[in-house]
Design a protein around this ligand. Structure first.
Ligand code: AMP
Ligand code: ZN
Length: 456
């Protein structure tokens, strides 16, 4: 079955054909780690985690190399360090850990490679030097700038005209630009900036620009031409446009063959973003919702479409997951080891159509709910295989039915209180706890091994 992906570069859905099916490469731009990530930031890692899983299913687990970086040097990090008086490295280590924990709760498989910008400064300097030598970059007062007019096909990814480009470019280094569209490759250190955020270079002490980081890391860990490069829609310009400019002018070959971009997550139809202040942090949401519910919600829209984040979406996602897990729970048998159903595979192979794949999964549950026992092993196997491909349904159905981890802890504590009350022969208190839990739909089961509970 062909995999078709929408390529931003060609503006069409194309059959995916890797350079080497034994080594399929994918790079997704990762976070700048200076504070908590919001649920909009989770959209690229979740969407492209589905792609990672699909590629592994198609080409074999050991034949797919997925890299996603950590940006651990940046203006915002330096500002956070200055504000809190804590060392840069402490801030980046803390928020990287939280980021990884948040993503793990959303069922995201760890990428094979997690390059850190600060580990690749040498590679960045090398590319900048090549660009200077080839006449694509020049030293200026505040660092080194990329010479945009030196690249004939600059702008091919975003298709922007020059005026838009100039208006849209982040004004990073204004002094000494030969052309208003030129952008920073190397930024000279300012006296106020900390030691840990400056490195020696042929152009004096400083630090890399954001775009060169990805050019250098992608090259170092995956190679000069990668198969898939992905990120959020807002990265098309200027970030990815500039990555292309740097890498292609330095290496003389395409940086990536397929460019994929996810749409925005919004709240009340406005892009969720820190600057607008309308963000829901993953870390906070996890206190109220199961990570799997949030993953399901993120997958409920096609990755290129906008998705509005609402409580109704989360409730709907939870209700659907409850139904899927109930179907699994009813089939109280060992599942057959089978491949993911064709319908689910076909949906994902059509530019990662997750809403259709989820509909297929729901249809499987409907079929399972009607099926007689002899069919259960096969149907349960299919549901679980589809779940593996989508990163869903991997919890034990009984544990799932007992509720999320936080709630389970509270219930465990009440069950323990009841045991203690019975030991103390305070049967009235014990009965009261049993009744209160029963009102919540929780049944306590007393057995020789002690007491357990389940939702009924
Ligand atoms: P940032 O921290 O803004 O650099 O974003 C990190 C990643 O999250 C990038 O790939 C962005 O494109 C993506 N991103 C940020 N906000 C949103 C959003 N509201 N919806 C979808 N993706 C987003
Ligand atoms: Zn990048």
């Amino acid at each position: 079955m062909d995999l078709r992906l929408h390529n931003t570069l060609t503006r069409e859905k194309q059959v995916f054909s890797p350079q080497n099916p034994q080594r399929v490469t994918m790079y997704v731009c990762g976070p700048t780690v200076y504070s908590y990530a919001h649920i909009g930031n989770a959209r690229p890692p979740v969407a492209f985690d589905v792609l990672f899983r699909l590629l592994r299913a198609k080409y074999g687990e050991s034949h797919v190399l997925y890299a996603s970086n950590i940006t651990d040097v940046d203006d915002k990090i330096i500002a956070a360090a200055a504000e809190t008086g804590r060392p840069v490295g402490e801030i980046t280590a803390l928020y990287e850990r939280i980021y990884n924990e948040d993503l793990a709760a959303l069922g995201v498989i760890e990428p094979n490679l997690r390059p850190h910008a600060t580990e690749h400064i040498g590679g960045m300097i090398e590319i900048i030097q090549t660009l200077v030598d080839k006449g694509h970059a020049y030293p200026a007062k505040d660092g080194v700038l990329f010479d945009v007019p030196s690249m004939a096909d600059y702008g091919k990814l975003s298709g922007r005209n020059r005026d838009d480009m100039i208006a849209g470019a982040r004004v990073e280094v204004d002094a000494g630009k030969k052309d208003p569209a030129d952008f920073a490759l190397w930024k000279a250190a300012k006296p106020s900036e900390p030691k840990e955020a400056r490195w020696d270079s042929p152009w004096g002490e400083g630090r890399p620009g954001w775009h060169i980081e990805c050019s250098a890391m992608a090259k170092a860990v995956l190679g000069e031409t990668i198969d898939i490069h992905a990120g959020g829609l807002d990265l098309i310009f200027p970030h990815h446009e500039n990555e292309i400019a740097q890498s292609e002018c330095a290496h003389g070959k395409p940086m990536a063959n397929y460019w994929l971009h996810n749409g925005f997550l919004s709240m009340d139809s406005e892009k969720m973003s820190k600057s607008l202040g309308n963000v829901k942090l993953i870390n906070d949401l996890l206190k109220h919702y199961d990570g799997e519910t949030m993953r399901f919600a993120l997958m409920s829209a096609h990755y290129r479409q906008p998705l509005d984040w609402t409580e109704a979406l989360l409730n709907q996602s939870k209700a659907t997951l409850d139904r899927l897990y109930n179907a699994l729970r009813r089939m109280d048998v060992e599942a057959d080891d089978v491949d993911a159903p064709k319908g689910v595979m076909a949906a994902l192979c059509d530019d990662l159509n997750t809403p259709l794949a989820l509909a297929e999964l729901s249809a499987l549950a409907t079929e399972a709910n009607k099926a007689e026992a002899p069919e259960w092993p096969k149907l349960k196997g299919r549901m679980l295989a589809a779940g593996r491909l989508l990163g869903l349904l991997q919890q034990d159905p009984e544990a799932y039915a007992r509720g999320d981890a936080g709630d389970a802890k509270r219930i465990d504590a009440l069950v323990q209180q009841r045991i203690d009350a019975r030991k103390a022969k305070d049967f009235a208190a014990a009965d009261q706890i049993r009744k209160a839990l029963a009102d919540e739909g929780i049944e306590i089961m007393d057995g020789p091994q002690g007491s357990t509970w389940r939702r009924v």
